[in-house]
Design a binder for this molecule. Structure first.
Ligand SMILES: [Zn+2]
Length: 376
């Protein structure tokens, strides 16, 4: 049923009305079809907007006006409504419509709790110990000690495993957004859903799922480390975003936000130089020289992220190194990249993705499907 475009099923998907098998096929199509994904993003935004609309009520004076208009049914005035009266009537209709949309959506929200399964030891939800299964409601903390582990089912879109000595809280679960907070410890997520439905808040950045599997660690100082095993994750804080593909990691620090992502198989010298650069981007030009020296073609992942994080002079050197590995596609100019033209940077990133991930988008899809099958 999902071999063709799925635009007519988007609303059902967003409201959790598809079966688990249908959701899986839907997600598979959305990841690979730009047309349906664009429509999906639009509808998701619309639903999100409707969810956030306040329930408005009309002031008493407005109702009195309406009453007096209706009360004068026999009056010829009723057949000759002034513009002002029409405006009032229109306002009443808008107020009603907003109320209906709000009630409609709030009635269709799924149950606001996630199933938690004990894997080992004695995990706790709030002050209660879980014997085999428990339910994590919005606002509740799930905590493991040094000897316990647990698994959380994220609606029908995946699983999160919680390691020992970890503390997580369910922040939100809605058709358009599932959100956990990781205060400290380590979690592994396997998510198969259209991008940007599952988020994890950490003290210094938010991990946004782009269809993937990953581990996320936060230490007692609030520093985090993301390691992606399948697909993509975006690590975000304020205006900064790092896009991390499978096989790569990214660190994040309180006050600084996400650092520059790197492939796990890059040299130790490369990774050390990058750490030094992230600590002091303005002062570590020697670090950039070392990064450029040690770069391989796939390390254009790191170099692409460096472009907006270095000064003009260094940016020209980073550009030169990158262009030596992968020439910019048609329409992407040196001047544009050096001026940080957003469209050109994105265009170049898309062509670089084939170097970052063997098999390009198709490979990601395959791996993502595997991860999905594993979590079920
Ligand atoms: Zn499609």
């Amino acid at each position: 049923m999902f071999s063709k475009h799925v635009t007519k099923d988007i609303s059902a998907y967003c409201h959790g009305e598809l079966s688990s098998e249908e959701s899986k096929l839907f997600a598979e199509h959305i990841i690979s079809c730009v047309k349906c994904r664009t429509k999906f993003e639009e509808i998701k935004l619309g639903i999100k907007f409707a969810e956030q609309l306040p329930q408005l009520s009309a002031p008493d004076s407005l109702w009195q006006e309406v009453d007096s208009l209706l009360g004068s049914e026999s009056s010829p005035v009723r057949t000759m409504w002034s513009r002002r009266d029409l405006a009032i009537a229109a306002a009443v209709i808008v107020v009603f419509s907003v109320g209906i949309v709000w009630v409609y959506n709030s009635r269709r929200l799924p149950q606001n709790a996630w199933l938690v399964t004990r894997l080992v030891g004695a995990p706790r939800i709030g002050s209660e110990t879980i014997s085999s299964r428990g339910s994590l409601a919005i606002g509740e903390w799930l905590e493991t000690d040094g000897n316990s582990r647990a698994r959380i089912a994220v609606g029908s879109i995946g699983n999160v495993e919680i390691d020992p000595n970890t503390r997580v809280r369910l922040v939100a679960t809605q058709p358009t957004e599932h959100r956990l907070e990781l205060a400290h410890g380590k979690m592994s997520a396997s998510i198969w859903a259209p991008p940007r439905l599952f988020f994890v808040d950490t003290p210094s950045a938010v991990a946004a799922d782009l269809g993937c599997a990953y581990t996320l660690e936060v230490n007692d100082q609030g520093s985090g480390r993301l390691r992606v095993t399948t697909g993509w994750v975006a690590l975000q804080a304020k205006e900064r975003e790092s896009i991390v593909p499978a096989g790569a990691s990214c660190e994040t620090e309180p006050g600084r936000g996400p650092g520059t992502p790197y492939f796990d198989d890059s040299t130790a010298e490369f990774q050390n130089a990058l750490r030094n650069f992230d600590k002091d981007p303005a002062g570590r030009m020697d670090a950039v020289a070392s990064i450029l020296n040690q770069s391989r073609a796939k390390d254009t992942l790191t170099l692409w992220h460096l472009l907006p994080r270095v000064n003009d002079e260094v940016r020209a050197r980073v550009y030169e190194k990158m262009a030596g590995f992968v020439a910019p596609p048609q329409g992407v100019t040196c001047e544009g990249v050096l001026a940080l033209d957003h469209k050109m940077l994105e265009q170049w990133r898309h062509s670089l993705e084939t170097v970052w991930l063997p098999g390009g988008g198709k490979g990601i899809l395959k791996k993502g499907l595997k991860a999905w099958n594993k979590v079920e």
